[in-house]
Ligand binder design. Structure first.
Ligand code: FAD
Length: 395
């Protein structure tokens, strides 16, 4: 694929972008809802889907061409992730999410050797990477994390705990945020946080799966890190600057999660609409009642508005312009409206919504996560209150 000429309007889709969505839609048909229900029931990573995504070039869509990617932007990546999530929910999106964009920090700040040795494998699906930031006592307040990396000759010795680390059951590598020194007086709290891209060495990292509400096909785990020896060459960028580098990727990450939430909301809406046409109660289709139509039509409108904000944020990012507010608003709206659409779909299916056979309950369980992580609606509102309304910082 070559880089498409982007339309000047932030929300018009170019023919190339539409072609990407159509191609992903067609590909997702090979993995029907029954495939995902089974992956969820058996808590099995969707290896066939992952291999298919790699073969289609989806994993490398936003990766530079020199490493085997297509060199496209976030505008194309949100199109793809929306379509993947609309086809398979978060079970599908989370299986590929890290490969698609999670290693952007390595693309931007990794050494030439680190990039050359790893990025082609990530693009080709030969390597899976976990993202090791959250800790038991440090979620949204990232800078309070306690995992320590201590100098040992030319290497580092890492010990600590991480929590919720997704795909660690199947990952080969981990992006690991650690503290290498405490901030000096007057320095910001993130000074001294250092990022490594290193082997997920199971001799020194115990991985314990967390039983969770949804997305069972893509594992999340507690990590117990005990004297993990990390070579100096595995450091990403400069020592003590790890958090700053991760911040670079925050806005596109929010746009991608928002697009996944919108995709799931649309999938649930579609199932509810089909059901509302077919289910007859009191002698007529339930979809003939405005009480059933209105919440669905309202969700349709809300998802469209979230989608426009996603496209606008992505267009700004791809043009190298500031998209902080747009990315945060997109994440807020995508998460809220995506969940709301799935919740309303549950109501329309009535008692049958509770049956796994009808698929909506899985989408509902999965899309809840898009409200919780990687950033909560509350923290987004804190950001908007401070940055857009000029109110005092509240956290
Ligand atoms: C299934 C799953 C997969 C995940 N995968 C990964 C992964 O791969 N890698 C990784 O590093 N992390 C991962 N996470 C972790 C995720 O990023 C965190 O759960 C998220 O950042 C929230 O952190 P927390 O749960 O510790 O919430 P906390 O920071 O403990 O916050 C709890 C609640 O308090 C609210 N709150 C806190 N402060 C304020 C305030 N000042 N004003 C208003 N409200 C406030 C928050 O909004 C939130 O609702 C995953 C989480 C889940 C559930």
């Amino acid at each position: 694929m070559t880089a498409p000429a982007r339309p000047t309007g932030a929300w018009d889709l170019s023919e190339d972008q539409l072609a990407i969505r159509n191609a992903v839609d067609a590909g997702m048909k090979k993995f029907p809802l029954e495939y995902w229900r089974e992956a969820d029931r058996t808590a099995t990573f969707p290896h066939e889907f992952f291999a298919f995504a790699a073969a289609q070039g989806w994993l490398g869509l936003a990766m530079p061409t020199e490493f085997g990617g297509s060199g496209l932007g976030i505008s194309e990546a949100v199109m793809m992730m929306e379509a993947i999530a609309r086809g398979g929910g978060l079970s599908a999106a989370s299986a590929v999410h890290m490969n698609v964009f999670g290693t952007n920090v390595v693309v931007k700040h990794g050494s030439p050797q680190m990039r050359q040795e790893n990025l082609p494998d990530i693009v080709a699906g030969r390597m899976r990477v976990a993202f090791g930031v959250s800790e038991p006592d440090s979620g949204l307040d990232t800078t309070s994390l306690r995992t320590r990396a201590v100098r040992r000759g030319s290497d580092w010795l890492v010990s600590g705990r991480k929590v919720w680390i997704s795909t660690a059951q199947v990952a080969d590598k981990i992006l690991l945020l650690t503290r290498t020194r405490d901030p000096e007086p007057g320095e910001p709290k993130d000074a001294g946080l250092t990022l490594f891209f290193t082997d997920l060495d199971r001799r020194h990292i115990t991985v314990k799966e967390i039983e969770k509400l949804g997305r069972a096909a893509v594992d999340s785990n507690e990590l117990f890190i005990d004297d993990l020896l990390v070579p100096d060459r595995d450091m990403v960028g400069a020592e003590g600057r790890g958090f700053r580098m991760l911040l670079d990727g925050l806005n596109p990450e929010r746009l991608l999660v928002a697009s996944e939430a919108v995709g799931i909301g649309r999938a649930a809406l579609g199932l509810a609409v089909d059901y509302a046409k077919e289910r007859h109660v009191f002698g007529r289709a339930i979809g003939q009642n405005q009480g059933v139509q209105f919440p669905l039509a309202d969700s349709y409108a809300r998802l469209e508005s979230a989608w426009l904000m996603i496209l606008r944020g992505a267009a700004l990012y791809d043009q190298g312009r500031d998209c902080g507010a747009e990315a945060n608003i997109a994440k807020l709206l995508g998460g809220e409206y995506g969940f709301e659409a799935a919740d309303r779909a549950m109501q329309v299916l009535g008692g049958y919504s509770y049956a796994k056979e009808y698929h909506v309950e899985r989408l509902w369980r999965e899309v809840k996560l898009c409200r919780l992580a990687p950033v909560s609606p509350e923290l987004i509102l804190c950001y908007l209150a401070e940055r857009k309304l000029g109110l005092p910082k509240s956290y």
